[in-house]
Design a protein around this ligand. Structure first.
Ligand code: ADP
Ligand code: ZN
Ligand code: ZN
Length: 806
């Protein structure tokens, strides 16, 4: 009785969620299991493609119904890479997120398993003479391919099951652990300009080298990138002799935690509120109930301590715990607290780890050597086999939704897995998303509240500064007199300050004061951003770069200058305003290097600076007891975005960043500067009044028929030809419309707010609805039937409950 396997294949031009049936060759029968990757022939030409085994079943008469089944060519894994749970999850999720199952499976795996790798068998225990000489040929290891060729595969897999032989994956691409030679430019932009002018006109190669060095803007580049510009190593050596640049070896990136010592900590005595929350969660752990809790606790109320103690209970039962944080690099203190409490039992899936290191952590989890997983969004797929609790900290953060395919939300995955493992899910936040808060009201989630700070300190006092009034008094600086005064006070008291520059939807652009001309990107319909450090204009969408215009290209006026404020400019202004202040600036430029976040935070923690100035990345999760002042330079830049959640996001940001103040013994203060101080998002943030904000915002959402009252689906189409994109989206809408009820609301089709990026034209349609029985099925049909067009350069995306509107 032959075995048949159901396989989800990866055929890029013919994606489908329907599994194909294959015959399992006899020699693979004892080995094959669900969750393995296989190579199978596909289509007329029987080309080889990758697939995932999703089901195996015996079949009595496979050849009877006239179909000729193909046979599996080979196995890619000796052991399954996905558990049965993850196979099932991928299937459900692909449906919910309008994506393909095979993409879900690839997303669940560490990158190493998506890349090429070699497999080998290693002797790990005593083996017989026969095995040693006949299988391993007297060596300690043998490659998978060699084993296959000599027909010893089956025997080796048996030995592996007996734990006499280990299987190891060896990443083919070992770049991450190599040292590479790089070139560092040594001169400034202007100095290179001078060098070029002084070079004889026939020194072509040297000119090429110098202008390339100049373009690097002080950053290093590998020897390879020089070669791509036809600059040889010999040319570079000339540059080294002349003092234009130098050659260095690039440091291999290390695990930022590898040399950190974690002082062990013990459970604290919980406050009354914490105890109440803990008891409720613990009851669900003990009862094995898949209850979802919304832990709404003000900043500093000790949510983390509740997480830690709940996890301790889970570990006591021999189960594992999943802890999600918005972004590991921005929450080094969180990782620290987990490592200090649970030591080696913690696996951290850090975006800064190399692919090999990530794979090592993944394997530790898979082998149940680490039972507490701390990581960002994709860690929700961690291969823990017996989960006792899933926690999502700062559950309102948009980073939990993946903006690329597959567009899943970690919260939905958490709830699915919670049900599968019959364990509680805890969603924690000081400012829960409206969706989650509404579900708690409807008792879909259980609400747990922490209304006091754990140290009994009150929330910081917030003052608003109306920047329009400030301008009237003649102060045109970025800093109001109140903020300046408060900063100086902190300096005198030897206390620290955090300053937020709200960069969301905000950029410094060049504007002509005479005719209003704004320099836009030639490829994308958005303004280019001024970069003072490199003295160029850049497009943040496609990377286009050009010089700063000194004359307006539209009216030839010379009054063309920059508008808006970048972090670097604010830093310069602040330094000039308070010369003695020691400032740390944190933005994309200062944190590009691996480990830079941790280093800067650590330096601030050690009080090596008075002021931490930064963008959104400084707003969350930080706990510095010496910070007694938080300043928000521009509260309202995020209010004007074309996004129905802009008030919610502004409220969350202001509340989060205010919460950084006064966490220690001393009381905290907050100063918020704004051009719209009367806006309700700012007013309620000032009063720390989440409940009032929630009520007001829910009312507005109800009136404007948005989430959480309505579901939303965004269908987008893009193409290099504007007409094609416009025509197609109209066509697709006609295809969908017949299944919609009268209650559904269709918005569009419209060009997206940034209509063109990377030279592609984007159009979108929004469908708002409460209940549409046939819609989901119809959208899947649309995805399926447009495969050919998609292969020819038409992009289609269906986003369920989108968070991104720009
Ligand atoms: P949140 O995550 O809610 O913002 P944290 O968990 O960071 O709050 O707690 C804020 C501070 O209070 C931390 O320094 C923490 O160590 C301390 N803390 C928390 N719970 C207790 C407790 N029960 N007793 C004493 N200190 C506590
Ligand atoms: Zn002009
Ligand atoms: Zn562009």
């Amino acid at each position: 009785m032959p075995l048949l396997a159901e396989i989800i294949v990866d055929v890029p031009t013919l994606q489908t969620n329907k599994p194909f049936t294959y015959i399992v060759p006899e020699e693979l029968e004892p080995i094959i299991t669900v969750g393995m990757r296989v190579v199978v022939p596909f289509g007329k030409g029987s080309r080889k493609v990758q697939g995932f085994v999703v089901d195996i079943k015996p079949q009595k008469f496979p050849m009877d119904n006239g179909i000729e089944w193909k046979r599996i060519s080979s196995l890619m894994d000796p052991l399954p890479v996905l558990t049965e749970e993850l196979i099932k999850l991928g299937k459900d999720l692909s449906h919910k997120t309008f994506s393909f199952q095979v993409k879900m499976y690839q997303t669940m795996l560490p990158a190493v398993l998506r890349a090429k790798y070699n497999k080998k068998f290693i002797i790990s225990d005593e083996v017989s003479e026969d095995v040693l000489w006949n299988v391993f040929k007297g060596r300690n290891e043998i490659s998978w391919d060699e084993a296959e060729e000599s027909g010893k595969l089956k025997q080796l897999i048996e030995l592996n099951k007996e734990e006499k032989v280990q299987i190891e994956y060896e990443v083919t691409d070992k770049k991450t652990s190599k040292k590479v030679r790089i070139v560092r430019p040594l001169l400034s932009f202007e100095q290179y300009e001078e060098v070029i002018e002084d070079l004889p006109s026939n020194a072509k190669k040297q000119k090429l080298l110098v202008s390339f060095l100049q373009q690097l803007e002080g950053k290093t580049a590998s020897i390879e990138t020089f070669k791509e510009q036809s600059i040889s190593t010999q040319n570079i050596n000339t540059g080294v002799d002349k003092g234009w640049c130098k050659i260095e070896e690039k440091e291999v990136y290390r695990d930022p935690f590898s040399d950190t010592v974690f002082e062990p900590t013990v459970a604290l005595d919980l406050t009354a509120e914490q105890s109440h929350a803990f008891n409720q969660i613990n009851q669900a752990i003990q009862d094995k109930r898949s209850e979802v809790f919304l832990l709404k606790g003000i900043t500093g109320s000790g949510k983390t301590e509740v997480y830690l103690q709940a996890i301790a209970e889970v570990l006591d039962k021999g189960l594992g715990a999943l802890m999600l944080v918005p972004e590991i690099a921005l929450t080094p203190q969180m990782v620290h607290r987990f490592k200090s409490r649970f030591g080696e039992n913690v696996a951290v899936l850090h975006s800064g780890l190399s692919e090999g290191e990530k794979y090592d952590e993944w394997r530790k989890i898979e082998k149940e050597e680490a039972k507490v997983v701390v990581g960002a969004r994709s860690s929700i797929f961690a291969p823990l086999k017996n989960i006792g609790i899933i926690i999502i900290d700062e559950e309102h953060e948009t980073t939990y939704k993946q903006e690329e395919f597959p567009k899943y939300h970690a919260r939905d995955v958490a709830i699915w897995r919670g049900q599968y493992h019959k364990c509680p899910v805890v969603l924690g936040s000081a400012t829960p998303s409206l969706e989650s808060r509404a579900r708690a009201t409807k008792q879909v989630y259980t609400l747990l509240e922490l209304s006091k700070r754990a140290n009994n300190q009150s929330l910081p006092h917030v003052r608003l500064v109306d920047m329009r009034e400030e301008a009237k008094t003649g102060n045109h600086s970025t800093f109001s007199s109140l903020l300046k005064e408060e900063l100086e006070k902190r300096l005198a008291l030897n206390e620290q300050s955090v300053l937020l520059l709200n960069r969301r939807g905000y950029s410094s652009f060049v504007l002509c004061r005479d005719c209003g001309f704004v320099l836009e990107c030639p490829n994308c319909d958005i303004s280019q951003t001024l970069h003072m450090d490199t003295k160029t204009m850049k497009c943040h969408y496609c990377g286009h770069e050009e010089g700063i215009p000194s004359i307006c290209p539209s009216c030839t006026s010379r009054s063309i200058r920059y508008y808006g404020t970048g972090t670097q400019k604010v830093e310069e202004e602040l330094q000039a305003l308070i010369p003695s202040a020691r400032i740390i600036r944190m933005d994309v430029d200062t944190t590009r290097k691996k480990g830079a976040h941790e280093r800067l935070f650590h330096s601030f923690e050690k009080r090596e600076a008075d002021i931490l100035l930064g963008t959104q990345m400084i707003a969350k999760g930080l706990d510095f007891p010496n910070v007694t002042l938080v300043g928000v330079i521009n509260a309202d830049t995020s209010l004007g975005l074309p996004d129905f959640r802009s008030a919610e996001k502004t409220f969350q940001l202001l509340t989060q960043v205010s919460g950084r103040s006064g966490r220690g013994e001393k009381k905290g203060e907050v100063v918020i500067q704004s051009y719209n101080p009367e806006h309700y998002a700012i007013q309620y943030a000032k009063k720390h009044d989440y409940d009032a904000f929630y009520k007001r915002e829910m009312h507005l959402r109800h009136l404007s028929e948005y989430s959480p009252y309505y579901f939303l689906i965004k269908l987008s189409v893009s193409h290099t030809n504007e007409m094609t994109a416009a025509k197609k989206i109209a066509e697709y809408l006609e295809f969908i419309k017949p299944v919609l009820s009268k209650q559904a609301i269709v918005l569009g089709p419209t060009p997206r707010s940034i209509a063109r990026t990377h030279n592609r034209y984007h159009f979108q349609v929004m469908i708002k609805y409460k209940r549409e029985v046939e819609l989901e099925q119809r959208l899947h049909e649309l995805l399926q039937s447009t495969q050919k067009e998609q292969a020819k350069g038409l992009y289609i995306s269906i986003d369920y409950q989108p968070l991104d509107f720009i």
